[in-house]
Design a binder for this molecule. Structure first.
Ligand SMILES: [Zn+2]
Length: 207
């Protein structure tokens, strides 16, 4: 199972205005894109019931609708910070894009069975790998959007740039969402019934 808590853009504007004279003479904009490597921590201190509750709070909710034995929670994170390169007088758009550190949850009931724990942990790790591939796909279209925005205006707007990057991330995310859904297939849930002598089903029923 799998949850993205929310999708949002965070802007950090720390731009000191360049003097009017300097602006009139030179319009110089540069950009630096940094794609944040996907990172995650593992927690197994919540019960299946608590995990299910947390999952239902998510903006995007995948899975069977049954009791959640594991999940990954993260948040998309795009930041734009603008400053001035003193040496050249250029305005520099620093863009950071990716996800906030994720948390991989495995229900604490599964700590009693190494087989069950491993089964769910491995499944959630597949979700993590989907995110890692997503992050790897972000750089090229983001760089393209940044270049286009900087080329379109002498005074690019941070807000407009942020909206474009958010759009790019959304397009990539819709393709990635299909991969998460495919992973949480009926086959996956059917397999859960058979592994580890049915222990997952007993926990899933709240037994
Ligand atoms: Zn899943």
């Amino acid at each position: 199972m799998h949850t993205i808590k929310s999708l949002g853009v965070v802007f950090f504007m720390l731009f000191m205005s360049v003097s009017a004279a300097a602006q009139a003479d030179t319009f110089c904009n540069k950009a630096e894109l940094e794609v944040i490597p996907f990172s995650h921590a593992v927690r197994s201190d919540l019960s299946a019931r608590k995990i299910t509750e947390e999952q239902l709070k998510g903006a995007y909710n995948f899975g069977s609708g049954g009791l959640g034995l594991g999940m990954v929670i993260t948040q998309q994170d795009i930041r734009i910070f603008v400053d001035k390169d003193e040496a050249t007088g250029c305005r520099v758009f620093h863009v950071k894009a990716g996800f906030a550190p994720a948390t991989l949850y495995v229900a604490n009931e599964l700590l009693e069975s190494l087989c069950a724990y491993r089964h769910i942990y491995n499944h959630e790790m597949e979700h993590i790998q989907i995110y890692q591939r997503f992050v790897a796909q972000l750089a090229a279209p983001m760089q393209q959007a940044i270049d286009a925005e900087l080329a379109s205006s002498q005074e690019p707007s941070t807000k407009v740039l942020g909206e474009k990057l958010y759009e790019v991330a959304g397009e990539v995310a819709s393709r990635v969402r299909a991969q998460h859904n495919a992973l949480d297939s009926d086959d996956t849930y059917a397999r859960n019934e058979r592994v580890c002598r049915g222990i997952l089903m007993n926990i899933g029923k709240g037994a």
